[in-house]
Design a protein around this ligand. Structure first.
Ligand code: MLT
Length: 245
């Protein structure tokens, strides 16, 4: 396990420079909803997921592939993108929809965070749905680890910070040392305050309000389920696969 003062938390995609991650391991968190959808897709048997930073990158990659070999997936501002096969609701990522498929995944903040973490020595995708897999893999690390909350367009998101806090809470047995980073203390403190009622706290979040008009309410409840899936989406050569597989 990394020393607890070796774990930092960044609160948005814009809160770090690529270079800061060199030689460190990164857990990318976008509870609502990219990291939850990616985790669900991998659990449903998606062969690989190619995260991209924007629509133009998605189209560039798609243009090099046979149409039957990929699905375009993701959202812009919470809504499915016109012409895409799937949006960004975990409910869409069933085995029937994604088993053995390659997904080109493009979201407003989550996949941008994944792309920006390219210099990290390891990149994992974390959500409440696969919390134990994240704890297990971090247990094997003794390097510096950054929990990267994707946030929303540069702002903090309570749901991502709560997940980072839950990881710190579990790793420290509920006793974070004074030597922990400021970011770790903030995430840990938030989890201590709201961890008993994740659904209640996350339903009141800014992003849940944003999504309320756009997506089924069940997405929020589903994304708050803890340890629903035993998978570890992780990056190898720009592609996410199940490292637990
Ligand atoms: C994002 O990447 O910003 C989110 O996953 C947006 C969403 O909830 O669809």
């Amino acid at each position: 396990m990394p020393a607890l003062n070796y774990i930092d938390v960044f609160f948005s995609v814009q809160a770090f420079q690529e270079e800061e991650l060199r030689g460190k391991s990164a857990v990318i968190i976008d509870v609502l909803r990219a990291s939850s959808s990616i985790t669900t897709a991998i659990s449903s048997g998606a062969k690989k997921i190619i995260p991209v930073a924007d629509m133009s990158d998605a189209m560039k990659i798609a243009s090099t592939m046979d149409q039957k070999d990929y699905l375009l997936c993701g959202e812009k501002n919470g809504s499915k993108i016109e012409g895409y096969h799937l949006g960004n609701s975990p409910a869409e990522y069933t085995p029937e929809a994604v088993e053995e498929k390659t997904l080109i995944f493009n979201t407003t903040n989550g996949t941008k965070a994944i792309k920006k973490a390219a210099l990290a020595s390891e990149v994992y995708i974390g959500s409440f749905l696969n919390q134990q897999s994240i704890l297990n893999i971090l247990d094997e690390h003794d390097d510096q680890v950054v929990l990267i909350c994707s946030g929303w367009r540069g702002r903090l998101s309570i749901e991502d910070t709560l997940f980072a806090g839950s990881v710190l809470h579990a790793l420290s047995d509920g006793k974070l040392p004074d030597s922990a980073t400021d970011g770790a203390k903030v995430a840990f403190g938030l989890y201590e305050k709201f961890g008993d009622d994740l659904v209640g706290a996350i339903r009141k979040s800014d992003h849940a309000k944003r999504l309320a008009e756009l997506v089924p309410n069940d997405d929020i409840k589903f994304c708050c389920k803890v340890n629903e899936f035993d998978v570890l989406p992780g990056m190898r050569d720009g592609i996410l696969t199940n490292l637990n597989g």
